[in-house]
Design a binder for this molecule. Structure first.
Ligand SMILES: [Zn+2]
Length: 86
């Protein structure tokens, strides 16, 4: 009976340890993802040639027009820019 109790406690400790390490891994991954996501914001901003809004390069909608990359805040601005250009 005592051995079974000890085993049960050991299993509980092991399961608890696994859960804690799993949560720690999840948290560290969240932090990493956040950092990767956050880093480009401080980098270069690009201007939307249609609405003149500045957007982070990593989040811009990029389209090549006449061999040059154009950065838009979204697909809508790109399409409006194209129709206005014609
Ligand atoms: Zn725009």
């Amino acid at each position: 009976m005592n051995i079974i109790k000890v085993l049960a406690i050991l299993v509980l400790i092991y399961v608890g340890y696994r859960i804690v390490t799993m949560f720690r891994r999840m948290k560290s991954q969240e932090v990493k993802a956040y950092r990767v996501d956050d880093a480009p914001k401080g980098e270069d901003l690009v201007q939307d040639p249609f609405c003149k809004t500045y957007v982070p390069k990593s989040q811009a909608y990029v389209k090549e027009i006449d061999g040059k990359p154009h950065y838009f805040c979204g697909k809508e601005c790109f399409e409006k820019y194209l129709t206005e250009k014609k």
